[in-house]
Write a protein that binds this ligand. Structure first.
Ligand code: TLP
Length: 344
């Protein structure tokens, strides 16, 4: 039985071309900035995001943490969406290691924040208050089903933050998915923000890594923090080499994942009892609810070789990725149909 793994795009394995590039990578000690492959990856990332500089980091979590550390001081307050990955899944690093207060404003279902809510959350100067110094955005938005933020929206909300003296960090773990969905260059989606992190090891299929991008000054501050966190790596060109292939060769194919996500959502919508809105699926993430009469859906369908991520209650997440073909989506739907028939 073929395993169809839809838990996340993080499960994608490196391509043969990546493995060859890793084998052949020219390397040096990156703490001394002597790894030519890391340097090339960082230059490429800065160029693609339209920023002055970039830093290779271990993970998306580290890039987001560096976004906080590079732009705030302990005791500051950061404004984050109520559904943000930074709030839910990053172990509270911003408050534990950055010493900042995390203030949430509600995310709408399209991953955005109401400018009026953000404005209300920004603190006035008052002896009793922490200082609001950073607004955090997410594009695409993980918990909001891969929703995309447009360039126009990002500009509007960033201008508001800047007017009040805040900096803006964008969790762009899947910014290439947003760029493909909107048919714009990623640098357009990052133009208005001060710092942006993006991942190599999700849909782009590299084995490890993320890039933190911003001004030279912000990236130098982040470089020092990365060292303190134990993230100064030595011959990191071995993994950076795969990242270069990811950026140069793997972006356009994300459209296939988006088409498969749509196909999956449309198929699920036709199965009695499933609740999903295919019209809301714009990238590679599908959030759906399974029928009330199928208990333990994720476990049972997992036993039939289709892996999903349980989100709590009857809510489930699927993330089509390079390891899953259009035929696999059809096969997954067939196995789900069968399970539902047996349950009713
Ligand atoms: N998300 C993972 C899990 O942590 C849930 C996934 O499978 O989707 N920002 C966003 C928007 C993310 O989705 C993720 C990873 C990260 C940051 C963190 O990236 P890593 O896993 O590289 O630390």
């Amino acid at each position: 039985m073929k395993i169809i793994d839809l838990r996340s795009d993080t499960i994608t394995l490196p391509t043969d071309e990546m493995r060859r590039a890793m084998y052949e990578a020219e390397v040096g000690d990156d703490v001394h900035r002597e790894d030519p492959t890391v340097n090339r990856l960082e230059e490429l990332a800065a160029e693609v995001m339209g920023k002055e500089a970039a830093l290779f980091t271990a993970s998306g979590t580290m890039s987001n943490l560096l976004g906080v550390l590079a732009s705030t001081r302990p005791g500051d307050e950061i404004i984050v969406g109520s559904e943000a990955h930074m709030l839910w899944y990053e172990v509270g690093g911003a408050s534990t290691l950055g010493g900042v207060v995390i203030r949430t404003v509600p995310n709408d279902e399209d991953g955005g924040l109401d400018p009026a809510d953000v404005e209300k959350a920004i603190r006035a100067e008052n002896i009793h208050f922490p200082k609001s110094t950073l607004l955090c955005l997410e594009n695409t938005h993980n918990r909001c089903g891969g929703a995309v933020l447009t360039r126009e929206y990002t500009e509007e909300i960033s201008a508001l933050a800047h007017r009040h003296g805040l900096l803006v960090h964008l969790d762009g773990a899947r910014i290439f998915n947003a760029a493909i969905a909107l048919n714009v260059a990623p640098r357009e989606l990052a133009a208005a923000v001060d710092t942006v992190g993006f991942c190599l090891s999700k849909g782009l299929s590299a084995p490890v890594g993320s890039l933190f991008c911003g001004t030279k000054e912000a990236v130098e501050r982040a470089r020092k923090w990365r060292k303190m966190l134990g993230g100064g790596m030595r011959q990191a060109g071995i993994i950076a080499a795969a990242g270069i292939v990811a950026i140069e060769k793997m972006v356009d194919r994300l459209a296939e994942d988006h088409a498969n996500a749509k196909r999956l959502a449309e198929g699920l919508a036709r199965i009695p009892g499933f609740s999903v809105n295919p019209g809301k699926v714009s990238t590679n993430i599908v959030n759906f609810e399974f029928p009330a009469n199928v208990s333990d859906f994720v476990v049972k369908i997992g036993e039939r070789g289709v892996k999903f991520l349980a989100r709590g209650g009857r809510s489930v997440r699927a993330v089509p990725n390079r390891m899953v073909s259009a035929e696999d989506i059809g096969e997954a739907l067939e196995r789900i149909n069968q399970l539902v028939k047996e349950a009713s």
